[in-house]
Design a protein around this ligand. Structure first.
Ligand code: UDP
Ligand code: MG
Length: 336
C-alpha cells in the first residue's frame, strides 16, 4: 500500500464552527513537516449541525482530506476508532476538532519521536485554559484515582492528543473491545512511549461536547476496562463486615447475659440500612462488569460508516461500511 507519511485523525461532533479554522491550521502545520504527503481524516460523529456539509466541502477542495460520516453519534472514542481504522499513514496524529490541542506542535512531536526512538509521543497537559474549575478538578482527581486502581500505568493528565507509529496503531487496532478508553489502551500496548508537555488552549468555538453524563460514562469505562479492583473491594468489604459482625455478636451476647438488652430499634435500623447500602453498591459494581461482558459478547461492529468523501486508504477492520444507495433509491439511503 502507498502509505502517506502522516495521517491526522479528528473526531468531530457538532464542530461546524471549528472545522474551517481547524483545516487551515492543520494543513499548514502538516505541510510544514511532510509537504503534501499527508491525509486529514475528519470523522463526523452524527453531528446535528452542518458539520458534515462543511466536511464534504473541505474534502472537495483539498484532495488530502478524507471525510467520514458515521451513521449516528457513536461517541468520541468510537468516532476516533473509526478514523484510526481508516487511516493509512506511517505516523498517526490524534487531535481534537476544537483546536484546544495546537496543530503547530506536530513538528516538535515528530522530532521527539525521532530523537527518543519512541512509538508513542503523548501530550501531557501542563495547563488547561478556558475550562471550568470543576472540569479541571474532576479531571485531575480522576486521573489520580485511575492510576491507583489500574494495573496498566496510564499517564496522568493526558488526553488522546498524541503521535503514534504505524506499529503502535496496528497493535491498538488489534484490541477488539467495544468499551474503548483509548488513552489507556495505547498505554497497554507498550513499546516506547514518551511524554510531551504542552499548554492546552481554549476551545476555538462552541461548547464542550462532554457533559457530566458523558464524563461519568467515560470514567466508568476507564475503570472497568483497566481494573478489576472494584470487584476485589467487594470481597474486602465482605470480609471486614464479617469480622465486624463477630464483634457485634459478642456485644449482643453480653447484653443478653447481663439482661440489659433494650428495644434497639435504632441500632437495628442502622445495621439494616448500612448493610442494604453496601449490598446495593456491591451489586452495582458487579453489574457494571456484567454489563460490559454482555455488550462485548454481542460482537457488534464498533461503528457504522454511512458515507465517505475523499480517498480512504485504510482498511477498516473494526467497523462496517455501508454501500452507497442505488440510483433508484432502493438501498438504505443515508441521510446527509
Ligand atoms: N466528540 C465526538 N463525539 C462525541 C463527543 C465529542 O466526536 O460524542 C469530539 C469533539 O468534537 C472533539 C473531541 O471529541 O473533537 C473532544 O470533545 P470536547 O472538546 O467537547 O471535550 P473536552 O475538550 O471539553 O473534554
Ligand atoms: Mg475540547
Amino acid at each position: 500500500m502507498n502509505r502517506p507519511a502522516l495521517s491526522i485523525v479528528v473526531p468531530c461532533y457538532n464542530e461546524e464552527a471549528c472545522l474551517g479554522e481547524l483545516h487551515r491550521r492543520l494543513s499548514a502545520a502538516a505541510r510544514g513537516v511532510v509537504g503534501n504527503d499527508h491525509e486529514i481524516i475528519l470523522v463526523n460523529d452524527g453531528s446535528r449541525d452542518g458539520s458534515w456539509r462543511v466536511m464534504q466541502a473541505l474534502a472537495a477542495a483539498d484532495p488530502r482530506v478524507v471525510a467520514i460520516n458515521l451513521s449516528r453519534n457513536h461517541g468520541h472514542q468510537l468516532a476516533l476508532t473509526a478514523g484510526l481504522d481508516l487511516s493509512a499513514g506511517r505516523q498517526i496524529l490524534i487531535i481534537d476538532a476544537d483546536l484546544q490541542d495546537p496543530p503547530e506542535l506536530i513538528g516538535e512531536m515528530r522530532a521527539t519521536m525521532a530523537r527518543e526512538e519512541a512509538d508513542v509521543v503523548y501530550a501531557v497537559r501542563r495547563r488547561r485554559e478556558g475550562e471550568t474549575l470543576f472540569k479541571k478538578l474532576t479531571a485531575a482527581a480522576f486521573y489520580r484515582f485511575l492510576d491507583r486502581v489500574t494495573d496498566t500505568p496510564i499517564p496522568l493528565d493526558t488526553g488522546d492528543f498524541r503521535l503514534m507509529s504505524r506499529r503502535a496503531l496496528d497493535a491498538l487496532l488489534s484490541l477488539p473491545e467495544q468499551a474503548r478508553f483509548i488513552r489507556g489502551m495505547v498505554a497497554w500496548v507498550g513499546f516506547r512511549q514518551v511524554p510531551f508537555l504542552y499548554d492546552r488552549a481554549e476551545r476555538h468555538a462552541g461548547e464542550t461536547k462532554y457533559p457530566l453524563s458523558k464524563m461519568l460514562r467515560f470514567a466508568f469505562d476507564a475503570v472497568t476496562g483497566f481494573s478489576t479492583a472494584p470487584l476485589r473491594w467487594a470481597s474486602h468489604i465482605g470480609i471486614a463486615l464479617f469480622f465486624l459482625s463477630f464483634l457485634l455478636l459478642g456485644y449482643i451476647a453480653f447484653g443478653w447475659l447481663t439482661g440489659s438488652a433494650v428495644q434497639g430499634w435504632t441500632s437495628t435500623m442502622l445495621v439494616t440500612v448500612f448493610l442494604g447500602a453496601v449490598q446495593m453498591l456491591v451489586l452495582g459494581m458487579i453489574g457494571e462488569y456484567l454489563g460490559r461482558l454482555y455488550v462485548e459478547s454481542k460482537r457488534r461492529p464498533l461503528y457504522l460508516v454511512a458515507d465517505v468523501a475523499g480517498p480512504v486508504r485504510g482498511k477498516a477492520t473494526l467497523g462496517f461500511r455501508a454501500e452507497p444507495p442505488d440510483d433508484d433509491g432502493t438501498a438504505i439511503s443515508a441521510e446527509a
